[in-house]
Design a protein around this ligand. Structure first.
Ligand code: PGA
Length: 247
């Protein structure tokens, strides 16, 4: 069986206290498996609580966003080096909410990916099309541009990259892409990455993944795991999702 990555994107949810309560419940039931890597992306203000909560487990974590410098006059930004110091392993880069609400461009995301790699965080690079782009037949062109512009701006070897494909119209909407759409799109992303000698890069799917659809979606070729928002906020629903993804 393939090793899968199941990542929880908490967005702007969970205080440090709520984070500690979540992990108390989660870790009392979670059974580590060598077939799966579980990664949490708490808000920056709960990174330290996450770090302390998971320190004796195999569970990984990272930041939802980093800046491309780790220190200096950059008010309000997150330092990748601090994430590393807290023993985080990942940085989520280019989530569609960052692109949409904070105007993050592909070239900026390329700089963030480069910085993550320089401080030895694994970049989890998010790509995805809007509904208008899908309906306009532009999905492949959009994904290709996101990949080329961001990864083309990276000047260091991309040896630990993860890509997360999240159709923007499927995020938080309950609308799930069909198995056929996911299969086609993941195959396209895999081919695009292969042209850059990145065919070993895991490609996660995200957008309204939950315990009830995980077992079906994980079977799709080139789907190496999930990036999960809503269904990761309760430990019981995320535990069910994990169980259904590995069986
Ligand atoms: P969702 O969010 O699972 O709530 O659709 C996924 C994401 O935004 O990463």
């Amino acid at each position: 069986m393939k090793k899968i990555i199941l990542a929880a994107n908490w967005k702007l949810n969970k205080s440090p206290g709520e984070t500690r309560s979540f992990f108390k419940a989660f870790l009392s039931s979670y059974k580590n498996s060598s077939d799966v890597e579980v990664v949490f992306f708490p808000p920056a203000t709960s990174l330290e609580a996450t770090s302390q909560s998971v320190q004796d487990s195999k569970v990984k974590f990272g930041a939802q966003n980093i800046y491309f410098e780790s220190q200096g006059a950059f008010t309000g930004e997150n330092s990748a080096k601090v994430v590393k110091e807290l023993k985080g392993d990942y940085a989520l880069i280019g989530h569609s909410e960052r692109r949409q609400y904070f105007s993050e461009s592909n070239s900026l995301l390329g700089k963030k990916i480069q910085h993550a790699l320089q401080v030895q965080l694994i970049p989890m690079f998010c790509i995805g099309e809007t509904l208008a782009e899908r309906e306009g037949g532009k999905t492949e062109a959009v994904l290709q541009t996101q990949i080329h512009e961001a990864l083309g701006a990276v000047g260091v070897p991309l040896n630990t990259l993860v890509v997360a494909y999240e159709p923007v119209w499927a995020i938080g909407t309950g609308k799930i892409a069909t198995a056929e759409q996911i299969k086609e799109t993941h195959s396209f992303i895999h081919k695009t990455l292969k042209l850059k000698n990145l065919d070993a890069v895991p490609i996660l799917y995200g957008g309204s993944v939950k315990a009830s659809n995980a077992a079906e979606l994980i079977q799709i070729p080139n789907v190496s795991g999930f990036l999960v928002g809503g269904a990761s906020l309760e430990s019981s629903s995320f535990l069910d999702l994990i169980a259904n993804s590995i069986h």
